[in-house]
Write a protein that binds this ligand. Sequence first.
Ligand code: GLA
Length: 384
Amino acid sequence: MHEKFLGMTPPMGWNSWNTFTHAINEDLIKETADAMVSSGLKDAGYEYVVIDDCWSLRQRNGKGELVPDPEKFPHGMKAVADYVHSKGLKFGMYSCDGTHTCAGYPGSFEHEFQDAATFASWGVDYLKYDNCYKPGHMDGEMLYKRMNLALRNCGRDILFSACNWGHEDVWSWIQGSGAQMFRSTGDIQDSWESIKTLFLSQLDKTPYSGPFCHNDIDMLVVGMHGGSNNDFIGSKLGGCTDVEYRTHFSLWALMNSPLIIGCDIRKMTDYTKETLMNPDVIAINQDIECRGPYIVPGHDPAVLMSLVKPMSDGSLAIGMFNLGDKKAEINLPFWDMGIPAAAGVGLEMYNCWTRENEGRFTERYAAVVEPHDCRVFRAKVVMG
Ligand code: GLA
């Protein structure tokens, strides 16, 4: 059995790690599923509620099976999955290709088929598969292929979210393993520097991502505002400004990254909601062709960057980003984007954040952009 369109476009959902790390339990997951519906996130396209590391006991049971921690999940995982499903959402879980998960719980090494069967019996729809405690002599590529084989034979459609942080040239072999998404970076932190570093590290990898196999630049920190319980992720980093979170969301959308929310969605501000649920920016991310963006020449891209993502309807998604620390004009020369003004071709520029049509432009578009801010357009090609 295999659902034909599983993972065709970048998966969208929520994951427990960024904000809660080890502090997870049944009530949190249920309340998050409730909030996914009541806030409008579900209607905006977010689908998966994913429990990350720290959900199990430290030991397998006598049959070698993984056991949910009864203090955190007193009714077991099937009850949690059933609740998530009752809200019209899908349920995700986490394991690891090594002997232990990154937080030291049992990993799936040499238990792949058994664990896939366990996840299927609980009603799991998504598996994030990490890379800690991998025995040194084992080939990571083979282990991801092995887990995918187990998932494809467990009797349930389970989206495979590989997470080896870009090791072993993952982009060059992951598509053959069958994973629908692959983490290509180290862990994100709730800071502008981290957002910028992760984004810039993946610019040369866009050709390796496409429908059914998406480069995952890591989960979103949008709306966290320093709210993690973990020092590394950002409880001491001070978080980002709302403008920085909006730029982060725009970058991830244009890069075709999965959109997996990491903030506490039970407590989102209006600004966070508007950022995460902007239908025009989500539509750019979810275009069925998943064509990678290209950089428009003319500026130092580490400071002022314009990205163009050609959409399946013939329009262009355009992001203009001021990654630098000074206010600056960003110039978008249409010639470099294949728009011949002399032949009477121009662009009708719709601003996705102000949600206004800025009219028709020929030859170029320019905007003065504040530091760490951006403009995102859906531009229609017009003649005459
Ligand atoms: C790794 C992953 C993170 C998270 C933690 C859990 O660091 O990259 O996304 O899953 O493990 O321990």
